[in-house]
Design a protein around this ligand. Structure first.
Ligand SMILES: C[S@@+](CC[C@H](N)C(=O)[O-])C[C@H]1O[C@@H](n2cnc3c(N)ncnc32)[C@H](O)[C@@H]1O
Length: 285
């Protein structure tokens, strides 16, 4: 089978299984199998696939047809222009989360602080912590997750991007692993913690609910349980004027602002490019 034929076959097969991005997914999976980028696939459309490549491609197409996300099949996901290793132990980083990183960057730039300190709670693949460390050369980051498997992937990503010397990975619940002597010293706390209301989980797309870790999704009754628990600790560890960034889902902006005591925080809701509520940015008074 030629590359060109394989692309058509893959697209039609995934279309039949109602995969929305059938064309792109067929290209990405064939790129993985051949080692060619997408332009290469078109330039070398007449090239024959080996029997082994055909078998690998069919097996990836089957798994995609069953709903497995492309990023778990390729093992990588791009975030903030960087490639991150992903496995089913971690949430696949979403483009929506880039707003959180951009907001943290803007704040760190404005403060002109020497050797700033950041904490990333619920670090998962390390996408937020590592992007920040790559983009702010003097930044030190403490990155926390409950999941040992997720932390192993985050460490791997930190090595890949050569920032492992500036990130301390710690396993534990929310800010519990933080050394008490760091109280009042942190510039930014980033948190993309699970915020999906428990009752919404069964209605999620199958590629999310059947393949991504539920520890990364379920935020309790209204989705804000973990943020409720995080806020008092965040207030203790941030320095005055420090910034807490909490990613949220559409409609959670006002409820999330209400759980921030108004005598201690100035807060605002930020919208993503699609105009949906995506972030609560809270400055400690
Ligand atoms: C929505 S994922 C976000 C992953 C990553 N920060 C990102 O933006 O792609 C949430 C992460 O929080 C972790 N997590 C869930 N509950 C936690 C808790 N109580 N303390 C620390 N981490 C937690 C999960 O294991 C998961 O890796």
């Amino acid at each position: 089978m030629q590359i060109r034929e394989a692309l058509i076959m893959g697209r039609e097969f995934l279309n039949l299984h109602n995969i929305q991005s059938a064309n792109l997914d067929a290209q990405v999976l064939l790129s993985k199998v051949t080692g060619l980028d997408r332009t290469g696939l078109f330039l070398q459309g007449e090239r024959d696939l080996t029997a082994e490549q055909q078998q690998q491609y069919r097996s990836l197409l089957d798994r995609r047809a069953w709903g497995e996300p492309v990023a778990y099949l390729t093992g990588f996901k791009e975030f903030m222009g960087l490639d991150f290793v992903v496995t089913p132990a971690v949430l696949i980083p979403r483009p929506d989360t880039e707003l959180l990183v951009e907001t943290a960057l803007e704040y760190l730039k404005k403060t002109h602080k020497k050797n700033p300190l950041a904490v990333d709670v619920g670090t998962g693949s390390g996408a937020i912590a590592i992007s920040l460390a790559c983009l702010v050369p003097e930044l030190r980051v403490l990155a926390i997750d409950l999941s040992a498997e997720a932390l192993a992937i985050a460490r791997q990503n930190a090595r890949l991007h050569r920032v492992e010397g500036r990130i301390d990975f710690m396993q534990g619940n929310l800010l519990e692993p933080m050394p008490p002597e760091m109280k009042g010293s942190i510039d930014v706390i980033t948190a993309n913690l699970p915020y999906i209301p428990s009752g919404d989980i069964p209605g999620l797309m199958p590629d999310v609910k059947d393949f991504e870790p539920h520890l990364a999704l379920d935020g309790g009754l209204d989705g804000l349980d973990l943020y409720r628990l995080l806020i008092p600790g965040a207030c203790r560890f941030l320095q005055p004027g420090g910034l807490l960034l909490m990613e949220i889902g559409p409609g959670q902006g006002e409820p999330a602002r209400r759980i921030l005591p108004a005598d201690r925080w100035h807060s605002e809701i930020k919208l993503d490019l699609a105009g949906r509520q995506r972030l609560v940015a809270a400055k400690k008074k």
